[in-house]
Design a binder for this molecule. Sequence first.
Ligand code: GDP
Ligand code: ZN
Length: 456
Amino acid sequence: MLTDTIAAISTPIGEGAIGIVRMSGSDSFKIIDQLFRAKSEKSTWEDKKFKYGYIFDEDRLIDEVMVVKMHAPNTYTRESIVEINCHGGAVPLREILRLCLKNGARLADRGEFTKRAFLNGRIDLAQAESIMDLIQSKTDRGFDIAIQQLEGNLSKKINHIRHALVQLMARVEVGIDYPEEDIEEITYQEIQNDLQRTSKILDDLLKTSRTGKIVREGLKTVIIGKPNVGKSSLMNALLKDARAIVTDIPGTTRDVIEEFLSINGIPIKLVDTAGIRETEDIVEKMGVEKSKSYFNTADLIIFMLNGSEQLTEEDHVLIDKVKGRPAIILVNKSDLEQNIEIDYIKKQFESHQIIYTSMSKDIGVEAIENAIQYMIDEGGTTSTQSEMVSNARHIALIEKSQLHVNEAIKATINRLPYDFIEVDVKEAIELLGFITGDSVSSDLMNEIFGQFCLGK
Ligand code: GDP
Ligand code: ZN
């Protein structure tokens, strides 16, 4: 099943300077020999050294290429790999791929190269997933975490925890299997201490997940405020380009505009909303619905008020919604005469940071960036613990296994028979194994590798 040879275009299709077609499997050398003619007759193949020449389809010249052969098992997949570097356009790439397939290769599934690396034991599952994170990472910090995960930091930690649980299990089992023997029996207290230690370690890992998730997916930040307060101007100031439309007509930000920016390496997913208010306009209504859902799930809200006007009914509605949420309050248009009821605002947002800004005079943008950074740092979010958990699948598995560990602790406290403890500890061990792929079903594998792009 795994011995067949797979091929795929491994670079994005577009106008790149070079593109790569890659093959992996026992026939890959044989197949390239049928397509490739070296420029110099005398040159020989050396492992992992490029050879210059041409790809031919029968006698038709397809492209000028550099080809490298990599011998198993010291390759990405642990199988023999051929990489054909050709010109980057869609035509040569597709033609060369077609020729590989015509000569016996099969088109690779999504992520199949990495899947083979996993199945052939070169990397574990968490490492495979980090490769995907690397490809998709949006900022330097996300890239750092993925790199560390690729090096196996998370896997090492998880294996360590599993190992401790397995050892505990072994000791408990002795008590179950040979109750009469004179083996030194583990006490309930010892089991409890052990499990509590494990639960704490899992807890620490989960604490890193908030940062991990933010670093990976971005801090979901929503800018809200009634029409015309300056939301789009702020968005532009933060992005320093003119994506969102700035106008004098209230309600021109018809839809939700989403952008990524990076503050000290933390990706911020920034959303400019159409305002959370009722409207008859259908197009605007769609934006409003989206705004509401963004608002409800945001990690951070930037709430903008117009300092030059008195508060309106709409402001009051928003003030009530924002209270109690993580938010930064902006009093904009500070360059104009101020009419806003500022004491009332201060009272409403006693525990929030209030910043006076002027988008037209470019005042306060840096203060906003600092405030965002501060919000991220609260809760130790920027710690660079190397075994940071950032992947949603991993987080869910750690949470579940911790639940089982805690169940086992309860059973211990209640002095239930050892079997009861064992059931939960075994479950926890298995769940942790899903992270590294030590216990893994083919469904899970398909799900994970199916998220890869083609050719990876
Ligand atoms: P939005 O509807 O909340 O997105 O508001 P916009 O960003 O589209 O801005 C509405 C209008 O207010 C535009 O004419 C801006 O130039 C203007 N504006 C935005 N910020 C300021 C500011 O700080 N001071 C002044 N005087 N005008 C501003
Ligand atoms: Zn706007």
